[in-house]
Design a protein around this ligand. Structure first.
Ligand code: SAM
Ligand code: SF4
Length: 331
Protein backbone atom coordinates (compact mmCIF):
# COMPACT_ATOMS: atom_id res chain seq x y z
CA UNK A 1 0.00 0.00 0.00
CA UNK A 2 1.34 3.40 -0.93
CA UNK A 3 1.93 5.98 1.80
CA UNK A 4 1.51 8.93 -0.51
CA UNK A 5 -1.26 11.23 0.67
CA UNK A 6 -3.77 12.33 -1.97
CA UNK A 7 -6.11 14.96 -0.59
CA UNK A 8 -9.80 14.51 -1.31
CA UNK A 9 -12.46 17.20 -1.50
CA UNK A 10 -16.22 16.77 -1.68
CA UNK A 11 -18.40 18.51 -4.25
CA UNK A 12 -18.73 21.54 -1.93
CA UNK A 13 -14.97 21.94 -1.50
CA UNK A 14 -14.73 20.45 1.99
CA UNK A 15 -11.50 18.54 2.50
CA UNK A 16 -11.83 15.02 3.91
CA UNK A 17 -9.72 14.80 7.09
CA UNK A 18 -11.70 12.96 9.70
CA UNK A 19 -13.02 9.41 9.94
CA UNK A 20 -15.38 8.26 12.63
CA UNK A 21 -15.39 4.49 13.11
CA UNK A 22 -18.02 2.54 15.03
CA UNK A 23 -16.33 -0.68 16.21
CA UNK A 24 -19.48 -2.27 17.59
CA UNK A 25 -23.22 -1.67 17.89
CA UNK A 26 -23.25 -3.40 21.28
CA UNK A 27 -23.48 -1.39 24.44
CA UNK A 28 -23.60 -1.85 28.20
CA UNK A 29 -26.14 1.00 28.45
CA UNK A 30 -29.66 1.42 27.06
CA UNK A 31 -29.94 5.17 26.59
CA UNK A 32 -33.50 6.14 25.89
CA UNK A 33 -32.72 8.42 22.97
CA UNK A 34 -30.17 6.12 21.39
CA UNK A 35 -31.44 2.53 21.35
CA UNK A 36 -34.94 2.93 22.66
CA UNK A 37 -36.76 0.01 21.05
CA UNK A 38 -37.25 -3.14 23.07
CA UNK A 39 -36.87 -5.14 19.89
CA UNK A 40 -33.35 -3.74 19.37
CA UNK A 41 -31.16 -6.54 18.00
CA UNK A 42 -27.38 -6.41 17.93
CA UNK A 43 -25.53 -7.48 14.82
CA UNK A 44 -24.21 -11.03 14.61
CA UNK A 45 -20.43 -11.38 15.12
CA UNK A 46 -19.95 -12.35 11.46
CA UNK A 47 -21.59 -9.13 10.31
CA UNK A 48 -19.17 -6.93 12.24
CA UNK A 49 -15.90 -5.83 10.67
CA UNK A 50 -12.88 -7.53 12.19
CA UNK A 51 -10.11 -5.35 13.59
CA UNK A 52 -7.83 -6.30 10.65
CA UNK A 53 -10.58 -5.09 8.28
CA UNK A 54 -10.84 -1.78 10.10
CA UNK A 55 -7.06 -1.30 10.13
CA UNK A 56 -6.87 -1.91 6.37
CA UNK A 57 -9.69 0.60 5.83
CA UNK A 58 -8.12 3.19 8.15
CA UNK A 59 -4.77 2.88 6.36
CA UNK A 60 -6.49 3.47 3.03
CA UNK A 61 -8.28 6.54 4.40
CA UNK A 62 -4.92 7.80 5.72
CA UNK A 63 -3.51 7.77 2.18
CA UNK A 64 -6.43 10.00 1.17
CA UNK A 65 -5.72 12.77 3.65
CA UNK A 66 -7.58 11.55 6.76
CA UNK A 67 -5.40 12.46 9.74
CA UNK A 68 -7.85 12.13 12.65
CA UNK A 69 -9.86 9.08 13.63
CA UNK A 70 -12.50 8.82 16.31
CA UNK A 71 -13.50 5.42 17.66
CA UNK A 72 -17.07 5.09 18.80
CA UNK A 73 -19.84 2.52 19.11
CA UNK A 74 -22.17 1.30 20.59
CA UNK A 75 -19.76 1.30 23.43
CA UNK A 76 -16.19 0.82 22.13
CA UNK A 77 -14.79 -0.29 25.48
CA UNK A 78 -17.03 -3.39 25.56
CA UNK A 79 -15.43 -4.84 22.42
CA UNK A 80 -12.82 -7.45 23.26
CA UNK A 81 -9.28 -6.55 22.21
CA UNK A 82 -10.03 -2.83 21.88
CA UNK A 83 -6.81 -1.66 23.54
CA UNK A 84 -4.55 -3.75 21.31
CA UNK A 85 -6.52 -2.60 18.27
CA UNK A 86 -6.07 1.04 19.32
CA UNK A 87 -2.36 0.57 19.79
CA UNK A 88 -2.11 -0.49 16.11
CA UNK A 89 -4.44 2.25 14.93
CA UNK A 90 -2.46 5.03 16.62
CA UNK A 91 0.68 3.90 14.77
CA UNK A 92 -0.76 4.22 11.27
CA UNK A 93 1.31 6.57 9.18
CA UNK A 94 -0.26 10.04 8.62
CA UNK A 95 -2.79 9.57 11.46
CA UNK A 96 -2.05 12.39 13.91
CA UNK A 97 -4.81 11.75 16.41
CA UNK A 98 -6.90 8.82 17.54
CA UNK A 99 -9.76 9.80 19.83
CA UNK A 100 -12.34 7.70 21.62
CA UNK A 101 -15.95 8.42 22.57
CA UNK A 102 -17.19 6.34 25.49
CA UNK A 103 -20.03 6.26 27.99
CA UNK A 104 -17.32 6.09 30.66
CA UNK A 105 -18.72 3.13 32.61
CA UNK A 106 -15.47 1.16 32.11
CA UNK A 107 -13.13 4.12 31.93
CA UNK A 108 -11.81 3.73 35.47
CA UNK A 109 -10.46 0.34 34.34
CA UNK A 110 -9.12 1.39 30.94
CA UNK A 111 -7.94 5.02 31.25
CA UNK A 112 -4.25 4.18 31.68
CA UNK A 113 -4.35 1.49 28.95
CA UNK A 114 -5.97 3.95 26.55
CA UNK A 115 -3.26 6.48 27.27
CA UNK A 116 -0.52 3.88 26.81
CA UNK A 117 -2.10 2.78 23.52
CA UNK A 118 -1.67 6.34 22.25
CA UNK A 119 -5.15 7.76 22.76
CA UNK A 120 -4.59 11.34 23.88
CA UNK A 121 -8.10 12.77 23.51
CA UNK A 122 -11.25 11.39 25.03
CA UNK A 123 -14.96 12.26 24.95
CA UNK A 124 -17.15 10.92 27.73
CA UNK A 125 -20.93 11.05 27.43
CA UNK A 126 -22.62 11.85 30.72
CA UNK A 127 -26.10 13.34 30.82
CA UNK A 128 -26.51 13.83 34.55
CA UNK A 129 -24.52 14.01 37.75
CA UNK A 130 -27.43 12.43 39.61
CA UNK A 131 -27.52 8.66 40.03
CA UNK A 132 -31.29 8.27 39.71
CA UNK A 133 -31.38 10.26 36.50
CA UNK A 134 -28.57 8.28 34.96
CA UNK A 135 -30.37 5.10 35.89
CA UNK A 136 -33.48 6.42 34.21
CA UNK A 137 -31.78 7.45 31.00
CA UNK A 138 -29.12 4.73 30.60
CA UNK A 139 -30.73 1.88 32.56
CA UNK A 140 -27.89 1.86 35.11
CA UNK A 141 -26.44 4.10 37.77
CA UNK A 142 -22.72 4.18 37.01
CA UNK A 143 -22.29 7.84 37.97
CA UNK A 144 -19.59 7.14 40.57
CA UNK A 145 -17.53 4.95 38.24
CA UNK A 146 -17.87 7.43 35.35
CA UNK A 147 -16.74 10.37 37.50
CA UNK A 148 -13.84 8.29 38.81
CA UNK A 149 -12.84 7.47 35.22
CA UNK A 150 -13.08 11.13 34.15
CA UNK A 151 -10.86 12.24 37.02
CA UNK A 152 -8.34 9.50 36.32
CA UNK A 153 -8.19 10.25 32.60
CA UNK A 154 -7.64 13.94 33.31
CA UNK A 155 -4.94 13.22 35.93
CA UNK A 156 -2.92 10.83 33.76
CA UNK A 157 -2.61 13.45 31.03
CA UNK A 158 -5.31 12.68 28.48
CA UNK A 159 -5.90 16.16 27.17
CA UNK A 160 -8.43 17.36 26.54
CA UNK A 161 -10.97 15.23 28.35
CA UNK A 162 -14.38 16.35 27.16
CA UNK A 163 -17.63 15.53 28.91
CA UNK A 164 -20.56 15.57 26.48
CA UNK A 165 -24.04 16.17 27.84
CA UNK A 166 -27.21 16.03 25.77
CA UNK A 167 -29.47 18.65 27.32
CA UNK A 168 -33.15 17.71 27.43
CA UNK A 169 -35.65 20.22 28.73
CA UNK A 170 -37.49 18.96 31.79
CA UNK A 171 -34.98 16.18 32.35
CA UNK A 172 -31.50 17.59 32.97
CA UNK A 173 -31.57 21.26 31.96
CA UNK A 174 -31.45 22.17 35.65
CA UNK A 175 -27.92 20.67 35.74
CA UNK A 176 -26.30 23.03 33.24
CA UNK A 177 -24.69 24.95 36.08
CA UNK A 178 -23.55 21.76 37.84
CA UNK A 179 -21.64 20.77 34.71
CA UNK A 180 -20.10 24.26 34.53
CA UNK A 181 -18.81 23.67 38.06
CA UNK A 182 -17.60 20.16 37.17
CA UNK A 183 -15.53 21.62 34.36
CA UNK A 184 -13.54 23.79 36.79
CA UNK A 185 -13.32 21.13 39.48
CA UNK A 186 -12.15 18.27 37.20
CA UNK A 187 -10.22 20.38 34.69
CA UNK A 188 -12.28 19.05 31.77
CA UNK A 189 -14.27 20.69 28.98
CA UNK A 190 -18.00 20.21 29.51
CA UNK A 191 -19.90 20.38 26.25
CA UNK A 192 -23.65 20.76 25.92
CA UNK A 193 -25.26 19.14 22.89
CA UNK A 194 -28.67 20.02 21.56
CA UNK A 195 -30.92 16.98 21.75
CA UNK A 196 -31.81 15.61 18.32
CA UNK A 197 -35.38 14.29 18.36
CA UNK A 198 -34.77 11.43 15.94
CA UNK A 199 -35.97 7.84 16.08
CA UNK A 200 -38.05 6.70 19.04
CA UNK A 201 -36.75 9.07 21.68
CA UNK A 202 -39.01 8.07 24.58
CA UNK A 203 -41.62 10.82 24.92
CA UNK A 204 -39.15 13.58 24.17
CA UNK A 205 -39.56 15.69 21.10
CA UNK A 206 -38.90 19.06 19.60
CA UNK A 207 -40.23 20.85 22.72
CA UNK A 208 -37.46 19.21 24.76
CA UNK A 209 -34.60 20.77 22.81
CA UNK A 210 -32.72 23.49 24.68
CA UNK A 211 -30.97 25.59 22.09
CA UNK A 212 -27.35 26.65 22.50
CA UNK A 213 -28.18 30.35 22.89
CA UNK A 214 -30.38 29.58 25.87
CA UNK A 215 -27.65 27.50 27.50
CA UNK A 216 -25.18 30.37 27.24
CA UNK A 217 -27.78 32.79 28.59
CA UNK A 218 -28.35 30.53 31.57
CA UNK A 219 -24.61 30.67 32.33
CA UNK A 220 -24.30 34.43 31.87
CA UNK A 221 -23.33 34.96 35.53
CA UNK A 222 -20.13 33.03 34.71
CA UNK A 223 -19.37 35.72 32.10
CA UNK A 224 -18.64 33.26 29.26
CA UNK A 225 -15.98 34.46 26.83
CA UNK A 226 -15.98 32.81 23.41
CA UNK A 227 -12.65 31.18 22.57
CA UNK A 228 -11.00 31.23 19.18
CA UNK A 229 -11.37 27.89 17.42
CA UNK A 230 -8.25 25.87 16.77
CA UNK A 231 -8.01 24.04 13.45
CA UNK A 232 -9.22 20.67 14.79
CA UNK A 233 -11.89 22.10 17.07
CA UNK A 234 -14.83 20.36 15.40
CA UNK A 235 -18.34 21.70 15.66
CA UNK A 236 -18.23 23.00 19.25
CA UNK A 237 -17.98 26.67 20.15
CA UNK A 238 -16.04 26.87 23.41
CA UNK A 239 -16.27 29.45 26.17
CA UNK A 240 -14.04 30.22 29.14
CA UNK A 241 -15.98 30.79 32.36
CA UNK A 242 -14.99 33.03 35.26
CA UNK A 243 -14.86 30.01 37.58
CA UNK A 244 -11.87 28.69 35.57
CA UNK A 245 -13.91 26.10 33.69
CA UNK A 246 -14.38 25.71 29.94
CA UNK A 247 -17.64 24.77 28.32
CA UNK A 248 -18.63 24.02 24.74
CA UNK A 249 -21.89 24.29 22.85
CA UNK A 250 -22.77 21.93 20.00
CA UNK A 251 -25.79 22.97 17.98
CA UNK A 252 -26.81 20.34 15.42
CA UNK A 253 -30.38 21.65 15.55
CA UNK A 254 -30.23 25.44 15.81
CA UNK A 255 -27.06 26.22 13.87
CA UNK A 256 -26.00 23.33 11.73
CA UNK A 257 -22.28 23.12 11.10
CA UNK A 258 -22.43 21.22 7.80
CA UNK A 259 -20.17 23.73 6.04
CA UNK A 260 -17.30 22.64 8.32
CA UNK A 261 -18.01 18.92 8.00
CA UNK A 262 -14.78 17.18 7.06
CA UNK A 263 -15.76 13.66 8.02
CA UNK A 264 -17.07 10.32 6.88
CA UNK A 265 -18.44 7.59 9.15
CA UNK A 266 -17.73 3.87 8.95
CA UNK A 267 -20.38 1.69 10.60
CA UNK A 268 -19.49 -1.52 12.40
CA UNK A 269 -21.08 -3.58 9.61
CA UNK A 270 -18.93 -1.99 6.92
CA UNK A 271 -20.94 0.86 5.47
CA UNK A 272 -19.78 4.40 4.85
CA UNK A 273 -22.35 6.92 6.04
CA UNK A 274 -21.61 10.30 4.48
CA UNK A 275 -23.92 12.24 6.84
CA UNK A 276 -25.16 11.34 10.32
CA UNK A 277 -28.56 12.84 9.59
CA UNK A 278 -29.24 11.09 6.31
CA UNK A 279 -29.94 7.41 5.66
CA UNK A 280 -27.75 7.20 2.54
CA UNK A 281 -24.95 4.65 2.99
CA UNK A 282 -22.39 2.94 0.76
CA UNK A 283 -21.65 -0.71 1.44
CA UNK A 284 -17.90 -1.42 1.39
CA UNK A 285 -17.79 -4.62 3.43
CA UNK A 286 -17.06 -7.01 0.56
CA UNK A 287 -14.40 -4.71 -0.89
CA UNK A 288 -12.71 -4.49 2.51
CA UNK A 289 -12.81 -8.27 2.84
CA UNK A 290 -11.19 -8.57 -0.62
CA UNK A 291 -8.48 -6.09 0.52
CA UNK A 292 -8.96 -4.32 -2.78
CA UNK A 293 -7.43 -0.89 -2.19
CA UNK A 294 -8.28 0.53 -5.60
CA UNK A 295 -11.97 -0.39 -5.38
CA UNK A 296 -12.07 0.90 -1.80
CA UNK A 297 -10.66 4.27 -2.85
CA UNK A 298 -13.32 4.51 -5.57
CA UNK A 299 -16.06 3.78 -3.04
CA UNK A 300 -14.65 6.39 -0.65
CA UNK A 301 -14.74 8.96 -3.45
CA UNK A 302 -18.31 7.88 -4.31
CA UNK A 303 -19.34 8.31 -0.65
CA UNK A 304 -17.68 11.68 -0.38
CA UNK A 305 -19.63 12.85 -3.42
CA UNK A 306 -22.87 11.88 -1.66
CA UNK A 307 -22.21 14.44 1.07
CA UNK A 308 -24.77 17.17 0.80
CA UNK A 309 -24.31 20.86 1.46
CA UNK A 310 -26.58 20.61 4.50
CA UNK A 311 -28.21 17.78 6.49
CA UNK A 312 -31.81 16.63 6.01
CA UNK A 313 -33.31 18.10 9.17
CA UNK A 314 -34.60 21.41 7.96
CA UNK A 315 -38.08 21.62 9.45
CA UNK A 316 -37.86 21.93 13.25
CA UNK A 317 -41.56 21.11 13.65
CA UNK A 318 -41.32 17.79 11.88
CA UNK A 319 -40.37 14.44 13.45
CA UNK A 320 -37.61 12.64 11.58
CA UNK A 321 -37.07 8.91 11.63
CA UNK A 322 -33.85 7.40 10.41
CA UNK A 323 -33.50 3.72 9.62
CA UNK A 324 -30.66 3.28 12.10
CA UNK A 325 -30.51 4.37 15.73
CA UNK A 326 -27.44 6.27 16.95
CA UNK A 327 -25.94 3.17 18.54
CA UNK A 328 -25.87 1.57 15.08
CA UNK A 329 -24.29 4.62 13.45
CA UNK A 330 -21.91 5.72 16.20
CA UNK A 331 -23.21 9.19 17.00
N1 SAM B 1 -21.41 4.72 23.71
C1 SAM B 1 -20.60 5.85 23.47
C2 SAM B 1 -21.13 7.07 24.20
O1 SAM B 1 -22.26 7.05 24.66
O2 SAM B 1 -20.36 8.02 24.30
C3 SAM B 1 -20.38 6.18 22.01
C4 SAM B 1 -21.55 6.06 21.06
S1 SAM B 1 -22.90 7.18 21.35
C5 SAM B 1 -24.00 6.75 20.03
C6 SAM B 1 -22.22 8.71 20.82
C7 SAM B 1 -22.96 9.95 21.25
O3 SAM B 1 -24.23 10.03 20.61
C8 SAM B 1 -23.24 10.05 22.75
O4 SAM B 1 -22.59 11.21 23.25
C9 SAM B 1 -24.73 10.21 22.83
O5 SAM B 1 -25.12 11.08 23.88
C10 SAM B 1 -25.05 10.80 21.47
N2 SAM B 1 -26.46 10.63 21.11
C11 SAM B 1 -27.14 9.48 20.95
N3 SAM B 1 -28.44 9.74 20.63
C12 SAM B 1 -28.56 11.11 20.59
C13 SAM B 1 -29.65 12.04 20.29
N4 SAM B 1 -30.86 11.59 19.98
N5 SAM B 1 -29.40 13.37 20.34
C14 SAM B 1 -28.14 13.83 20.65
N6 SAM B 1 -27.10 13.02 20.90
C15 SAM B 1 -27.30 11.68 20.88
FE1 SF4 C 1 -24.81 3.14 24.46
FE2 SF4 C 1 -23.71 5.47 23.89
FE3 SF4 C 1 -26.07 4.81 22.84
FE4 SF4 C 1 -25.94 5.29 25.39
S1 SF4 C 1 -25.50 6.78 23.76
S2 SF4 C 1 -26.97 3.52 24.46
S3 SF4 C 1 -23.98 4.58 25.92
S4 SF4 C 1 -24.15 3.80 22.42
Amino acid sequence: MSNKVNELYDTFGRKLQYLRISVTDRCNFRCKYCKPNNDFKSLECDDILRYEDILFTAKTFATLGVNRIRITGGEPLVRKGIIEFLSYLTKIENIDEVMVTTNGALLHKYAQDLYNAGVKRLNISLDSLQGERNKYITGFDKTKEILEGIKLASNIGIKPVKVNTVIIRGFNDDEIEDFAKLSAEYNVICRFIEFMPIGNSDNWGQENIVYGDEIIKRLSHYEPIELKKDKNAGPAVNYKLNNGGTIGIITPMSKHFCSECDKLRLTSDGKIRPCLLSDKEVDIKEIIKERNEEKLINKIIESLNLKKNQHDITDMEQKYDFKRTMSKIGG
